[in-house]
Design a protein around this ligand. Sequence first.
Ligand code: ATP
Ligand code: LTN
Length: 333
Amino acid sequence: MFQDQLVSYSGVQPSGNLTIGNYLGAIRNFSSYSEKYKCFYCVVDSHAITVRQVPADLRRRTYETLALYMACGLDPEKNTLYVQSHVHEHTDLAWILNCFTMFGELSRMTQFKDKSAKHSDNINAGLFTYPVLMASDILLYQTDVVPVGIDQKQHVELCRDIANRFNQLYPDTFTVPEPIMAKSGAKIMSLAEPTKKMSKSDENANAVVYILDDKDTIIRKFKRAVTDSDTCVRYAEGKDGINNLMTVYNAFTGKTFDEIEREFEGKGYGDFKMAVGEACADALAPVQQRFKEFMADKAMLEAQMKKGAEEASYVARRTLSKVQKKLGFVQVR
Ligand code: ATP
Ligand code: LTN
């Protein structure tokens, strides 16, 4: 679709304050595709309403997520940055793909199982069909690669199954995408329960380091991180807390696990936690600075949203129209 240029596509929900999991597992990696790929990065507000949102918070976080994309190095001149609900083709295609997705497939999605356990008072149909909307996001842009954290791999695999099924019935409709995961940081764990993924909707703020936390808060959170009764900084089975901190340190500094073990030989967990906190705070400081500048200019953010939606709509319209034609929908335009 883009004269042989490959396409990269991903999305982040404006469902809470973004964490270093979102940063290391997803957003930080997005800009590395800008040269080689045509990139689309979306603020997926329609996905966010699968769990209840306070309208004022959702609105503010939609601006914030766009500002963070830009603060993390995504240049809106080189990447299409937009808001999902501004391009109605996403929900149009989602309905169609619902008819090509099996109940059994959706029932097996671990995110659905986790979220329905967490929100047992609101197990709505949107939460169940969430992966179909995600498949629509991806397939509308004839995407080749989807940079995501490990937790989203299952959804991208389902998207591939849906695309293959549709292509078998209606050949040459969709590009079948590949998930790509960061080499380091694709699964950052909670600081309080290191067997659980760090999640922006965690109720325990001490379990989560937010991209916008100040240096003192970041260091305090790492200092309180759950570790083990051993004293030696080394990567080993059963040392989930330390393994996670080593992963964070590796992702922020580029130091290998061997190098980290050597650096902290003979030192205690206290020194190590301090170093992780400092590395994290130092890496985030320039992002926070740029974020503040972008958030101070709402008009600029709105102009970018508009421009992004126009660029995205142009592509999305073409794919949707191709799908509708293949299905036998009458087109009168
Ligand atoms: P929620 O808690 O609302 O479900 P979330 O923190 O899981 O949100 P998403 O908006 O669903 O965040 O995810 C955005 C991107 O960040 C996805 O690519 C996801 O895989 C990635 N991501 C989320 N959490 C982590 C994590 N702990 N480690 C690495 N990547 C992550
Ligand atoms: N489901 C993802 C967010 C998301 C996404 C996408 C990621 C929505 N649409 C398309 C990649 C591609 C999540 O919950 N993190």
